[in-house]
Design a binder for this molecule. Structure first.
Ligand SMILES: C[S@@+](CC[C@H](N)C(=O)[O-])C[C@H]1O[C@@H](n2cnc3c(N)ncnc32)[C@H](O)[C@@H]1O
Length: 224
């Protein structure tokens, strides 16, 4: 499915709108998801949907979980596979595929994690995505989505991620999954340099590492 947000592979090749590495490449898992991992919420096998450079998957694999990451960008998938090899993580594998229509993993995963993928998909891709990951999940599997909340980006920014409000997120996900909780959360990202941008980024505050903290939702659900 063609993206209406950004050319993802270009961004990873340093040829996109950003100067330098993409702002979501923070060199570690998103803190909200790292906290869930520390709390023991993730069970093997894990699907990292839209894994990118896959610091989340790599951290889980280093702790012994078997992880599969799927991403549209061949550049990101190659980087993730290289990192797994360098870190001797034979239990982590990464595959290039479109998450809105992938097949071949029916009933396999006990955990599905979406670390900032949901808002990266075209709105018309959401249903295929939710259906595909539901099919790939085992009965009772847990599902987590970390997604930008409305207002994260300036109204004039175009294109921008498809931020959600709580009702919209609930309506989309509940078609396939049993929702347990939707709560406010943060997405951490490096400062964005978009040359000649005709808008100001809102100041949402920063974390202890100086990264921007964007308003988000963390959704927890399970497969009945
Ligand atoms: C904002 S990045 C997040 C990457 C990673 N999960 C993280 O937390 O750093 C969104 C990712 O979704 C991937 N993506 C976008 N559309 C996709 C699709 N249709 N199928 C698979 N991956 C997709 C992009 O290539 C990108 O790596």
């Amino acid at each position: 499915m063609t993206s209406d947000v950004i050319d993802w592979d270009n961004a990873y090749r340093g040829q996109g709108v950003f100067e330098g590495p993409p702002p979501w490449n923070i060199g570690e898992p998103q803190p909200e998801l790292a906290a869930l991992h520390r709390a023991g919420k993730f069970r093997s096998d894990v699907l990292d949907a839209g894994c990118g450079h896959a610091e989340l998957s790599l951290a889980l694999a280093a702790d012994g979980l078997t992880v599969v990451g799927i991403d549209l960008s061949p550049t990101a998938v190659a980087a993730a596979n290289k990192a797994a090899q360098e870190r001797n993580l034979a239990n982590a594998s990464f595959v290039q595929a479109d998450i809105t229509s992938f097949t071949g993993y029916d009933g396999r995963f006990n955990t599905v994690i979406d670390s900032t993928l949901f808002h990266s998909l075209p709105i018309e891709g959401r249903d295929g995505y939710l259906r595909s990951v539901h099919r790939a999940a085992a009965s009772g599997a847990a599902y987590y989505i970390l997604v930008f909340a409305k207002g994260a980006f300036p109204a004039e920014m175009e294109p921008k991620p498809h931020e959600v409000d709580e009702a919209e997120l609930r309506a989309a996900v509940s078609k396939y999954w049993q929702i347990d909780e939707i709560r406010s959360a943060f997405i951490h990202a490096n400062a964005m340099a978009i040359p000649d941008a005709p808008f100001e980024m809102p100041s949402h505050g920063t974390d202890e590492k100086g990264r921007m903290k964007f308003p988000a939702f963390l959704l927890s659900a399970h497969k009945a």
